[in-house]
Design a protein around this ligand. Structure first.
Ligand SMILES: CC(C)(COP(=O)(O)OP(=O)(O)OC[C@H]1O[C@@H](n2cnc3c(N)ncnc32)[C@H](O)[C@@H]1OP(=O)(O)O)[C@@H](O)C(=O)NCCC(=O)NCCS
Length: 236
């Protein structure tokens, strides 16, 4: 099976969201931050769709797909119900000395506004425990303040998901390399947070990341551990 990684387009959004929802269904952070009894899959879809629309213009948002050529040769082995096999969303490095541009500020505002409209439309957050979301954001800010020492900023892997049928077949590596090659060329570090120790920490180590900090997000007796990992640029 030949796979290509291409920028996310409008047409890929439904497939990309399906992959994210499938891949994160058993994710420890997802289970901690959402109340499963209140979870509204359609509300979550719309929230992810808003993020995808924002990401097309403001992030390095890619999808991995089986190439048309490879698909027509092996229809019987096509994986999954959508052509999207994997998704990744990275934020470009933001140098600490450079203030956020008006464009970027406006785009973030537009995303927040879309999410607010979703709250109105669905009469709530669809099971998102907002207090836990803010606990995570606070721990994340502290972790980044402690770890991020490069004033040029970091490529930040915000989402990476491979469809369960396609995991372990090299799709994740292709998605990673699309950005880590740029980071290597520019001599810039990368950062991610994984909510699964096993097997993800080992997978990310294969991509050149190392463990930097274990970050506990606690809400009373319920805690979720996240693993902050950094990748130094490689010189070829
Ligand atoms: C994590 C994830 C993105 C990795 O993508 P993938 O396509 O399964 O990974 P790949 O097949 O490209 O494997 C990448 C490397 O990890 C290794 N690897 C894959 N699965 C592994 C496992 N279970 N244990 C140890 N190493 C593993 C591979 O051998 C490969 O290394 P190599 O190229 O040097 O041989 C994917 O499994 C996934 O979506 N998981 C569920 C959602 C998730 O956890 N997302 C991340 C949240 S932080």
């Amino acid at each position: 099976m030949a796979v290509e990684v291409v920028p996310l387009t409008e047409a890929d959004i439904p497939g990309a969201i399906e992959v994210i929802q499938q891949a994160f269904a058993d994710d420890p952070y997802f289970k901690w931050v959402f109340d499963s009894s209140q979870f509204n899959k359609q509300r979550n879809y719309d929230s992810l769709a808003a993020r995808c629309h924002w990401g097309i213009k403001n992030a390095l948002f890619h999808v991995a797909k089986e190439t048309q050529d490879s698909k027509s040769k092996s229809d019987s082995t096509t994986l999954g119900s959508t052509p999207v096999l994997g998704v990744s969303c990275w934020l470009a490095p933001q140098p600490s000395a450079q203030p956020e541009s008006w464009y970027s500020w406006f785009q973030s505002w537009t995303l927040s506004f879309s999410q607010m409209l979703n709250n109105i439309r669905y009469l709530g957050h669809g099971g998102l425990r907002t207090n836990r979301y803010w606990i995570w954001k606070q721990r994340q800010a502290e972790a980044q303040a402690a770890i991020w020492d490069d004033p040029r900023g970091y490529y930040f892997c915000n989402i990476v998901a491979v469809s369960p049928e396609a995991q372990g077949m090299g799709v994740g590596r292709l998605l990673f390399e699309t950005v880590t090659k740029i980071a290597d060329d520019e001599g810039v570090k990368c950062y991610l947070e994984s909510s699964k120790s096993i097997p993800n920490v080992a997978i990310y180590e294969r991509m050149g990341f190392h463990m930097s900090k274990e970050m506990e997000c606690r809400d009373g007796v319920d805690a979720c551990m996240l693993y902050c990992m950094v990748r130094d640029p490689r010189k070829e």
